[in-house]
Design a protein around this ligand. Sequence first.
Ligand SMILES: Cc1cc2nc3c(=O)[nH]c(=O)nc-3n(C[C@H](O)[C@H](O)[C@H](O)COP(=O)(O)OP(=O)(O)OC[C@H]3O[C@@H](n4cnc5c(N)ncnc54)[C@H](O)[C@@H]3O)c2cc1C
Length: 490
Amino acid sequence: MAHDATFDAGRADVIVVGAGAAGLYTALVAAREGAHVVLVSRSPLAESASYWAQGGIAAALAEDDSPDLHLADTLKAGRSASRESAARVLCDEAPDRVRDLESLGVRFDADRRGALALGLEGGHSRRRVVHAGGSATGRRITRDLSALAAKHEGIDVLELTSGSSLWVHDGRCIGVLAEDSEGGTRPLAARGTVLATGGAAALWRRTSNPRGATGVGMTLAHAAGAHLADLEFMQFHPTALVHPDDRHDGFLITEAVRGEGAKLLTDDGERFVDELSPRDEVALAVETQLRDGHTVLLDMRAIDLARFPNILTKLEAAGLDPRRELIPVAPAAHYTMGGVATSSDGRSSLAGLYAVGECGCTGLHGANRLASNSLAECFVFGHRAAQSALDEPQPPEGAPPPAAGPSPMPTPETRDRLWRLAGLERTRADLELLGDDPFPLARLIARSALARQESRGAHQRRDFPVTDPGYTNLHLIVDDKGGVVKELWE
Ligand SMILES: Cc1cc2nc3c(=O)[nH]c(=O)nc-3n(C[C@H](O)[C@H](O)[C@H](O)COP(=O)(O)OP(=O)(O)OC[C@H]3O[C@@H](n4cnc5c(N)ncnc54)[C@H](O)[C@@H]3O)c2cc1C
């Protein structure tokens, strides 16, 4: 790892906070442009959601596919709440980002003819999901990108170090306060600061995410005065393992297995849903069966599990054999459609501050993310943010250093409350109870969910069960004071 004089003075061109897929790629793109980058990484690699990603990256690469078809599927899944301009950017640019990853050395799985093997996933009308090592896509990508970042002389990697608050001066973000694992702090200044801290699904008790996915970037950005958006939209994945042991419970079984023919059955052996419907529909159908007292089982016996080695290994480690038995599953909080509100260049409402990957919200996912659009998002918007951040002015000398920010870690009680009060189906009474939670981000989620008085995609209100056309393309923005305002994003 290189350390140069500018870094020793606590200054860089770009600071990236978080080293999942979005952070690693953003750092590499900025460094490739000649920038001096500091990459601040709180955790070992295996704790990023990116490392756990199983399915792959959605990109219109097949001959019978096009960015327009990908866009149509994305907007359909988003339930008329996607910001179409951002979704178009994603679908247009994802193929180039896949090629760029290949040029960086990521080896995606190939078919017999040597072309990229493309998987089919729920909600996609074409085979368009590139994967690596079968269902080990995230592990392969983060492994390759982190090796590149570690040896790049333009990137200083600060491991086991957290961004503990944003440094704001004269209405601009000029860097972060970095805190090492012993509690030592140090202000770092940069032209552009990019949050890439991942999502907030681990705020909910039952989750498919690493436990650190608690919306840290959103908490830091809100405390610094940046706007958040779409917080009411949390995607619940329909097929997370049900297991008495906490180490195995919540393990996600990718919908790529349903793309290959796995079936969802009740304990009576009945199919109850089209397994390839978008996630929100499948998750709600599973939840309804559970509420009616059924167990829901995933039947993978007829599919070739050699394509999904990590699922096989993980289930075997949990004492289950999916080649012979049915696997009990239930929904778990999985993907945060909302986050720090940004433009299609990753710019937040606070000058100098960017957010990419799951902690950002361009609005592209609307009310429901299409499978495998999130890794694509990390690369498409990471690329754009890296380039825009380099256009920011130099930070001033001598600005007073920032104080430590709010704690980003919720208590177990908060996680329990989010699961009970802001789960797959919500009511006004429950959300009002959550509105008193001591954890600030939980309160903002409750406020956003209360303000959306309709049901749409991942946000289902029992007291407003119908989709209200009046909310089409409306996004709920949390402003710097914590108020919720409606904005039309097209
Ligand atoms: C089990 C699972 C399977 C998935 N499968 C797919 C898939 O097949 N395809 C797809 O497109 N998406 C998939 N997703 C979603 C996708 O993996 C994520 O949306 C994406 O990886 C998010 O990447 P990220 O870089 O934004 O965040 P992350 O990968 O979560 O990385 C964030 C990093 O920031 C660090 N961090 C947090 N706070 C701080 C701080 N204050 N200071 C410093 N560092 C900090 C964290 O420790 C973490 O390392 C899956 C998710 C899960 C959980």
